[in-house]
Write a protein that binds this ligand. Structure first.
Ligand code: HEC
Length: 165
């Protein structure tokens, strides 16, 4: 037995309607939450607007600390992939564009998002997300659940990268 008057059919379509309405509501909620797109990280909410993060994550950064961090093998290891014309860099990778001139190509907001989470711009990027807590793949267990860098370290890098012109 089937057809519109079959009791099971009615019950089924009622369930379907309720389900559809629930899904619609969830979809609306998801769209609402995505404007502006927010990433829950540590206690703060980080607003990703366009291709940048306009709001600093911490106190103004320090370029000297940023350079030291960028040159460090752990935890940043930026020169594993990026070239950089700096006397302290003896070996660097070529898996990524050189960081020279990054400060003239990109604004502070754009640099902040690229350091925090490049996968927002390119889901297939090999660049690690240095500041996000969720969805990190293949991270060492000591990093699991917490960002690789602190908000202050991200700001230090942003200021240093801005000086690369
Ligand atoms: C495993 C390799 C890898 C590491 C490590 C890495 N990056 Fe990247 N990065 C990339 C690649 C590849 C790109 C190119 C963009 C893409 O993949 O979407 C990129 C892009 C960038 C960009 C944008 C450059 C431009 O001109 O558009 C910046 C800025 C940047 N990285 C900074 C850093 C900093 C700072 C670090 C260290 C904290 C770092 N990266 C570590 C691979 C890496």
């Amino acid at each position: 037995m089937s057809g519109p008057n079959a009791p099971t059919g009615n019950r089924f379509s009622l369930h379907k309607r309720v389900l559809q309405r629930l899904l619609q509501r969830q979809l609306l909620a998801a769209i609402w939450c995505a404007m502006p797109y927010t990433v829950a990280a540590q206690a703060a909410e980080i607003a990703v607007l366009g291709d940048g993060i306009a709001q600093p994550l911490a106190e103004p950064g320090d370029a000297r600390r940023g350079r030291a961090l960028l040159l460090s093998r752990d935890p940043a290891n930026c020169v594993l992939c990026h070239g950089l014309n700096d006397p302290a860099v003896r070996f660097s990778g070529n898996l990524a564009p050189p960081l020279d001139g990054a400060g003239s190509r990109l604004t502070a907001a754009q640099l902040r998002l690229r350091v925090a989470d490049s996968s927002r711009l390119n889901p297939d990027t090999i660049m690690p997300a240095y500041f996000k807590t969720e969805g990190l793949r293949e991270v060492a267990s000591s990093y699991r659940g917490k960002p690789v860098l602190t908000p202050q370290q991200v700001e230090d890098l942003v200021v240093y990268l801005s000086t690369l012109r």
